[in-house]
Design a protein around this ligand. Sequence first.
Ligand code: COA
Length: 162
Amino acid sequence: MGIVVYPGSFDPFTHGHLDIISRAAKIFDKVIVAVSVNSGKKPLFTIEERVAMITRECCHLENVEVGYFHGLLVDFVKEKNAQAIVRGLRAVSDFEYEFQMALTNRNLSPELETIFFVAQPMYSFLSSSIVKEIAGLGGDISGFVSKGVAEQLRIKYTNKKT
Ligand code: COA
């Protein structure tokens, strides 16, 4: 059913992101996870660290590819010959922002569709910021991220303190 791009900042990659990717990978021929620079956010992990993190977390999914982009999402989608953008909807509060992004992207590239996956209820409260906040305060994040990601967060926050 074609190629789709799942963009985001993934700082860090959580179980909620993996849920969306795994479900999209069952439907589409190829899912390209695209790590982006969000000008409104100050990331904890570098782009390279996030690409490596997601590549490791998705290595069991054969039709998932991981990349990154600096410019417009629509240009990356075109470059990859993808037909649609995939996004996750966690709660009603996501809707307005997602609606604005989908319409903007359609305006920039009229043939481009945005497809929404409704997040599983168990991840509907999850965000990368919440995970960082808990990890930074030494809390248990094992229900939200993999062991590998939790270890990377632990190292980041240990280095920050020293
Ligand atoms: N499970 C868990 N968390 C989820 C989630 C899910 N299913 N879906 C979203 N989130 C979280 C993310 O972790 C993130 O948390 P944070 O804000 O605490 O970091 C938050 O929800 C939303 O972030 P994300 O989905 O990563 O989107 P974003 O807002 O960081 O990035 C881009 C959006 C990158 C797609 C967008 O900025 C973009 O396209 N940029 C390129 C420039 C461009 O083309 N602009 C014009 C288009 S509008």
